[in-house]
Design a binder for this molecule. Structure first.
Ligand SMILES: Cc1cc2nc3c(=O)[nH]c(=O)nc-3n(C[C@H](O)[C@H](O)[C@H](O)COP(=O)(O)OP(=O)(O)OC[C@H]3O[C@@H](n4cnc5c(N)ncnc54)[C@H](O)[C@@H]3O)c2cc1C
Length: 265
């Protein structure tokens, strides 16, 4: 690891002032991705701006039909929240599937989304539910947030403050996980907003993406058989030691079908 300066601001303003002054600095959430990247010398920020004491980023609440998750809310808190379990059970369940107990107690939604790992779970929920990502200066629709491999719409120094999820009529997330890391080889989030259906896939491509053929079929009839025979093209899907593009394409259909079955239970 290279040398760096460590800062622990107590407000977003202080964190943003530091980020403005330290152009090579980075925000630190739970350190679950960033610290590893630093150890591997893939990232060498001059300054770490630890958001751990910024209490305004830690709010988790349900307002009407919307679940509001502050950027520094840990996965374990979302999974265990009775309010989230009631409003969007699929979101709480997804958070409970991330990594292991230690990862869930350190990892945050803001860090997960800013990092945009191709196999991360939250991007599927954000895209599948049509969430809005708030930063200190704007609101970004989920459809405009994920841009590519570890690439998002965030600008340098832009701070995610909160994510708002509209509650659907029904939803479910199914993932075929890597047994070692528990990251998604393929994960599919299906949400029915009463005729308007969204299907989001993670793990299969450079970043999370929607599956319009399945959305159309499910809007016509929200049933497992609507997606069971949809063959997904493998072009451009991830190819690594864990799975071929063809296998991932197959898994998208299988996971989508299982997600619809689960949403109907
Ligand atoms: C062993 C292991 C297993 C895992 N398994 C899974 C899994 O199954 N599914 C899954 O989805 N994830 C998994 N993860 C990832 C984990 O859940 C974290 O969400 C992810 O690593 C981000 O970590 P973090 O929140 O600690 O952010 P950090 O590592 O602290 O930061 C990540 C990046 O986000 C930036 N950042 C952080 N907060 C903000 C903010 N508010 N605004 C703007 N930028 C910000 C940082 O500058 C950095 O670039 C796993 C991680 C590990 C180590």
């Amino acid at each position: 690891m290279y040398a760096f300066e460590y800062h622990r601001p107590s407000s977003s303003k202080e964190a943003l002032d530091l980020a403005a002054k330290k152009s090579e600095g980075k925000f630190l959430a739970g350190g679950q991705s960033l610290v590893q990247a630093m150890k591997l010398r893939l990232s060498s920020p001059s300054d770490l701006i630890d958001l751990g004491s910024v209490s305004e980023l830690k709010n988790l609440k349900v307002e009407g039909n919307t679940v509001l998750v502050g950027a520094m809310v840990r996965h374990a808190e979302v999974a265990a929240s009775p309010a989230v379990q009631k409003a969007i059970p699929a979101l709480a369940a997804l958070a409970g599937m991330i990594g292991d107990r230690q990862v869930r107690h350190m990892g945050t939604i803001g860090g997960s989304l800013a990092n945009s790992d191709p196999a991360a779970d939250y991007p599927a929920a954000v895209l599948g539910l049509g969430a809005t990502i708030s930063t200190h200066k704007r609101k970004i629709e989920a459809d405009k947030f994920f841009k590519g491999l570890y690439e998002t719409a965030l600008e340098p120094g832009e701070l995610i403050t909160q994510v708002s999820f509209p509650a659907p009529k029904r939803a479910a997330y199914m993932k075929f996980k890597n047994p070692a890391s528990r990251f998604a080889l393929v994960g599919v989030f299906v949400a029915d907003f009463g005729g308007n259906v969204r299907v989001a896939v993670t793990g299969a491509g450079a970043c999370a993406f929607r599956q319009p053929d399945m959305e159309k079929a499910l809007a016509a009839k929200f049933a497992p058989e609507s997606v069971a025979n949809i063959k997904v093209k493998s072009d451009g899907l991830n190819n690594d030691l864990h799975a071929s593009p063809e296998y991932r394409a197959h898994l998208i259909t299988v996971m989508a079908k299982r997600a619809v079955e689960a949403a109907l239970k």
